[in-house]
Design a protein around this ligand. Structure first.
Ligand code: CU
Length: 329
C-alpha cells in the first residue's frame, strides 16, 4: 500500500492503461468476445459465453473489491509489527452465504447450458425452404477436403447456400490423424477422427465468408490447416454447384490449383521453392502423371500420402495444373 501511496502518478497511469486496454480486449473478433454468430448453434455458444461472463464479472468485482477494501481497512498503520490482531472465530450467516451463493450460481449456469445444448448440437433437418445439403468433410494432413453431391470436390473452402440446412459428415482417412473442424461463426468444434463418421451442421443466416481452422494439433503444418466457409445466396450456390460439376468433368474447375495450394504448397511453398518440405519446383515428378500419382498415394519420408483416396478426376486435375504451371521450366 505504501508503494501505491508514494507513487500516485504511476498508479494512476497503470490504471488508465489497464482501462484503455480493456476496451479492445472486449471488442469483437480477435478480442475476448466470440465472433458474431451466423447460425443457431453458434448463437447458443455465444449466449452461453455471455451468460457465464456475467457471473465471472460479478464474482471478480466482489472478490477484488473486498480484497482491496480489506487491504485498506485493516492495514497495519501505527500498530507494532508483532502486535496481535483480534482473534475472530465463526460466522454462521457468512459461511452459509458463501456456500449457497456459489451453489446457486453453478445451478444457474448448468441449467442454462443444458437448455442451450440441444440447439448447439442439433444437426439440421431438411426444411420447407429446401432440401438439406449434405457434405462430407475430410481432414487430411494438412488440408480440408469437401465432397458435395454429384462428385463435386473442393479443398479448404466450403461453399454452402444461405438459409438452407447443411449437414456435415466429418471424418479423416484411416491412415491420417485426428483433426478438428471448427468455424466459430457457424458452430462448435467437432473432431475428424480416422475411420469414424461424426455429424454436425448449421443453417447459415447470412451470406459471407466465415473462417476457421483445424482445432486439433495434427502435425508440423497444423497452423496452415485453415478453412473457410463461403455462404452464398441459394440461387448463386445452385449455379456454382452446377457449373463446378460440369467444369470438373471438363478439367477446367480450378480443382488442380486448389489441390496445389491446399495439399502441396503448405509444405513445399507456393512456387515449389521449399518450406518445411523440400523444394520441388524443378522435380521431374511434378510433370510425370504416373509418378506423381504414386507419390501422392504413398507419401515419402515425412510427407503424408496427401492424395491417397483421390479419384481419377482429382489426380488428373493436379497433374494438369502442374503441367501448366511448371511445364515450361
Ligand atoms: Cu488438422
Amino acid at each position: 500500500m505504501t508503494a501505491l501511496v508514494r507513487k500516485p502518478l504511476t498508479t494512476l497511469f497503470a490504471l488508465a492503461v489497464a482501462l484503455a486496454a480493456a476496451g479492445p480486449a472486449l471488442a469483437g473478433d480477435g478480442g475476448l468476445s466470440p465472433v458474431s454468430p451466423n447460425a443457431p448453434g453458434a448463437r447458443g455458444i455465444t449466449d452461453t459465453y455471455w451468460f457465464i461472463t456475467v457471473f465471472i464479472g460479478i464474482v471478480f468485482l466482489v472478490v477484488e473489491g473486498l480484497l482491496v477494501a480489506f487491504v485498506i481497512r485493516y492495514r497495519r498503520k501505527a500498530r507494532a509489527r508483532d502486535a496481535e490482531v483480534p482473534q475472530i472465530h465463526g460466522s454462521s450467516r457468512l459461511e452459509l452465504l458463501w456456500t449457497t451463493v456459489p451453489v446457486l450460481i453453478l445451478v444457474a449456469i448448468a441449467t442454462f447450458v443444458f437448455v442451450k445444448l440441444p440447439g448447439i448440437n442439433r444437426v439440421p433437418e431438411a426444411s420447407a425452404a429446401g432440401p438439406r445439403l449434405d457434405v462430407t468433410v475430410t481432414g487430411h494432413q494438412f488440408y480440408w477436403e469437401f465432397a458435395y453431391p454429384d462428385g463435386v470436390v473442393t479443398i479448404d473452402r466450403l461453399r454452402v447456400p444461405a438459409g438452407v440446412p447443411v449437414r456435415l459428415t466429418v471424418t479423416a482417412p484411416d491412415w491420417d490423424v485426428i483433426h478438428s473442424w471448427w468455424i466459430p461463426a457457424l458452430g462448435g468444434k467437432i473432431d475428424a477422427i480416422p475411420g469414424r463418421l461424426n455429424h454436425t451442421g448449421f443453417t447459415a443466416a447470412n451470406a459471407g465468408t466465415y473462417v476457421g481452422r483445424c482445432a486439433e494439433l495434427c502435425g508440423i503444418q497444423h497452423t496452415a490447416m485453415l478453412a473457410s466457409v463461403h455462404v452464398l445466396p441459394k440461387p448463386a450456390f445452385d449455379a456454382w454447384l452446377n457449373q463446378r460439376e460440369r467444369q470438373q468433368a471438363a478439367g477446367t474447375s480450378g480443382l488442380g490449383q486448389e489441390e496445389w495450394i491446399g495439399s502441396c504448397a503448405k509444405c513445399h511453398g507456393l512456387a515449389g521453392e521449399g518450406l518445411v518440405g523440400p523444394a520441388v519446383a524443378t522435380s521431374p515428378t511434378l510433370l510425370d502423371g504416373a509418378k506423381l500419382a504414386a507419390l501422392l498415394q504413398v507419401g515419402k519420408g515425412q510427407m503424408p500420402p496427401v492424395g491417397r483416396g483421390w479419384n481419377g478426376q482429382q489426380l488428373d486435375a493436379l497433374a494438369a495444373y502442374l503441367k501448366g504451371r511448371f511445364g515450361n521450366g
